[in-house]
Design a protein around this ligand. Structure first.
Ligand SMILES: *[C@@H]1O[C@H](CO)[C@@H](O)[C@H](O)[C@H]1NC(C)=O
Ligand SMILES: *[C@@H]1O[C@H](CO)[C@@H](O)[C@H](O)[C@H]1NC(C)=O
Ligand SMILES: *[C@@H]1O[C@H](CO)[C@@H](O)[C@H](O)[C@H]1NC(C)=O
Ligand SMILES: *[C@@H]1O[C@H](CO)[C@@H](O)[C@H](O)[C@H]1NC(C)=O
Ligand SMILES: *[C@@H]1O[C@H](CO)[C@@H](O)[C@H](O)[C@H]1NC(C)=O
Length: 453
């Protein structure tokens, strides 16, 4: 359908090629590749960050989160949070104008990092929040470039990579929230998640009432809970869910890290080269998130590319493919009744009942979002009905526009800030409306016939 199979074949070829050739050639610290980023995640080695900077490449391509914050004129802080199972997460703070400011916590999405929020100069959401008086924190989850350290394991150990977004929502998220509350002395935070960061919220807040009680407002950018209709790369992978061996061969056994070296090489060497190669890069990008790049600042494209595609576990990717395949929000499926029994004391993976979530929530969804398909968003609206404060539906938005789009400050941040302000200033506690009251209000959201799904 939609010529998608042809596209899929290309993607498979691309994955295989990446796996077979590039990964071998552009290893971390390989002097031949001209791309070294070993210190980016602070895993020892020299203290120079990326080691090679070409004059014609924007230095922002090579900056880590703390450098990006400083480069825009703010004061960065780096903090380490150790989870109960030993992962050491490095999270960032934009030092607030004054102590005791309300806390805004931003959580990045799949194969991404805190960098993603910081790539549009002073129009980036964290800086806008800072200017509005918030104490801004940027989370990172196990397995990305800032979270490669552990109290007893090393990324070379297969056990290190035995996690998916399930652990990110159940373990990393409460650990980071508790840490931030302790440092700031606040009782609650404003949580903003993008993509997988929203799933962490949905499953974390619905299954952990203590965590939920610490969230004053949840802003879900590109909300994904159930992903039954997702298109693109993940959709292709779901075909292989039953053949886990194939998936592990394609994606790597343990760490899913196709991209960082290759992506940086593409971003700084190949993409800017000429219109043709740039088109190729943009197409690869579009495949993952939706075909439309008209809303991004073209001159900043290499910077976005350089910071995209961070590592995670292969298990995380497979868990996403399982959600798509089984059309449910559930824990990781170990593939047999016996294996599930050993983990969960039941033969099938437990479901997450996200309808139990009671956190005031703003959903910001896009009509051109391949991962957050509108039909899944409608399902989500119906499921978490009592919690919804507002739905912002932006027809042309794809999966990345919420953080990278040129008009995001106007279309997204400004209305969100208005609601956040109302929560800071006053509202003594949000009233969870009944379904019929909510239905009435939602009447103002123009999603037309989409209610059918
Ligand atoms: C960011 O890069 C700077 C400069 O290389 C380095 O000193 C710092 O440790 C890095 N921070 C993190 C969290 O990786
Ligand atoms: C990793 O964590 C250990 C503590 O478990 C610490 O001693 C070590 O310095 C950390 N390594 C890096 C590179 O941050
Ligand atoms: C695009 O980014 C460049 C800097 O990389 C900036 O100078 C320019 O103003 C941006 N354009 C728009 C339309 O935001
Ligand atoms: C496993 O499930 C059974 C039946 O649902 C229950 O009786 C038992 O207590 C459970 N065992 C554990 C360790 O949770
Ligand atoms: C709270 O209200 C005051 C006074 O109306 C206003 O100056 C301030 O910006 C508001 N705070 C937020 C976070 O909107």
């Amino acid at each position: 359908m939609y010529g998608l199979s042809g596209v899929c074949v290309l993607v498979v070829l691309w994955l295989v090629v990446v796996r077979a050739t590039f990964l071998g050639r552009f290893r971390r610290d390989d002097p031949e590749s001209g791309v070294s980023r070993s210190n980016h995640g602070n895993q020892g080695g020299n203290q120079g960050g990326y080691t090679r900077i070409d004059a014609d490449v924007d230095p922002e391509c090579f900056m880590n989160s703390s450098q990006l914050i400083a480069d825009n004129g703010y004061i960065p802080e780096t903090h380490s949070v150790t989870t109960e199972d030993g992962y050491i997460l490095q999270i960032f703070r934009v030092r607030p104008k004054k102590e005791k400011s309300p806390v805004a916590f931003l959580q990045h999405g799949l194969t991404s990092s805190s960098d993603t929020f910081l790539l549009n100069l002073r129009s980036s959401f964290p800086f806008i929040l800072h200017e509005q008086g918030y104490d801004v924190w940027l989370g990172n989850v196990r397995g990305n470039i800032y979270c490669m350290n552990h109290t007893s394991l090393s990324p070379q150990d297969k056990e290190f990579w035995d996690f998916s977004f399930q652990e990110m929502g159940e373990i990393d998220l409460p650990a980071m929230v508790d840490y931030v509350l302790k440092v700031t002395g606040q009782k609650k935070i404003f949580y903003t998640g993008h993509s997988q960061g929203t799933e962490m919220g949905f499953l974390g807040f619905s299954s952990n009432p203590d965590l939920a009680s610490k969230i004053s407002l949840f802003t879900a950018l590109a909300p994904i809970a159930r992903i039954s209709y997702a298109k693109g790369l993940i959709a292709l992978l779901k075909e292989f869910v039953d053949l886990e061996g194939v998936l592990y061969w394609l994606l790597g056994n343990g760490q899913f890290d196709p991209p960082s070296e290759v992506a940086l090489y593409f971003a700084t060497k190949i993409c800017p080269e000429d219109a043709l190669t740039r088109g190729l890069c943009e197409t690869l990008d579009a495949l993952a998130s939706g075909f439309d790049i008209s809303n991004i600042n073209q001159t900043r494209y290499p910077i976005y590319r350089a910071h995209d595609d961070q590592s995670t576990s292969t298990k995380d990717i497979i868990h996403w493919a399982q959600l798509l395949r089984y059309k449910r929000v559930q824990k990781f499926d170990y593939g047999s009744g016996k294996a599930n029994m050993a983990r969960y004391n039941q033969t099938s993976p437990p479901l997450y009942d996200i309808s139990k979530m009671r956190v005031p929530t703003i959903l910001v969804a896009g009509g051109n979002d391949w991962l957050g398909d509108t039909r899944d968003v409608m399902w989500l609206i119906k499921t978490i009905y009592p919690s919804i404060v507002k739905v912002l539906f932006i027809d042309k938005y794809n999966h990345d526009d919420y953080v990278l789009g040129m008009d995001a400050p106007k279309q997204v941040y400004s209305p969100v800030l208005e609601i956040m302000g109302a929560f800071v200033n006053g509202s003594k506690g949000y009233q969870f409306l009944t379904n019929s009251e909510r239905m009435e209000r939602l009447g103002t959201v123009d999603l037309g016939s989409l209610w059918e799904f």
